[in-house]
Design a binder for this molecule. Sequence first.
Ligand code: 6GU
Length: 212
Amino acid sequence: MKIQIITLFPEMFPAVLETSMLWKAKDKGLVEYNYINLRDFGLGRRKTVDDTPYGGGDGMLLKPEPVVAAIERAKQNDPEALVILPTPRGQRYVQSEAKALSKATGLIIVCPRYEGYDERITKWIDKQYSIGNYVLTGGELPAMIIIDSVVRLIPGVLGGETSAEIESFADDKTIEYPQYTRPEEFKGMKVPEVLLSGDHAKIEAWRKNQQS
Ligand code: 6GU
């Protein structure tokens, strides 16, 4: 999967994408990360990317020309890619969306900054997502969250599992029971006895009971 990220702050990404599973996915050739600096598409000598909102109001908005030029460049690299806009006005991002995105051959993620963007850019966007009910300063952190959740679902990234096995997980759930590892007793707190019993039916029943 080719993942292209359009951002004014490409330097935010490598620490996350070049670590652990996200790095391994790239190392195995299962995913490719490309950064497109929105500043390169800025207008004039000052490479302007923002302007004040029509009708007044606080702050600055991303101008449409640089954003659309950057998307068009990314589309040239990967005409089939799905174009994603992280925005507090988008649909809520959930596991079933991660699963759907993991089947795409390419993603282009446009990271807004400032107080937002000119609405006309949305004609070039396939999916708008919000990651929750709070306001962030830009789309970079949501982009990283989306990338993390998608890349781990690409067959081969997590190791043993086949895509079929991944499919069998409940849609918007993950492990919801408490887990323990050694030591058996830590600062006076013991691992639940049932987990040491070796009785797999009993363990499964206990885990089911802990969920809900
Ligand atoms: Cl996707 N962007 C911003 N700026 N804030 C958010 C968000 C996205 N999702 C929740 N809050």
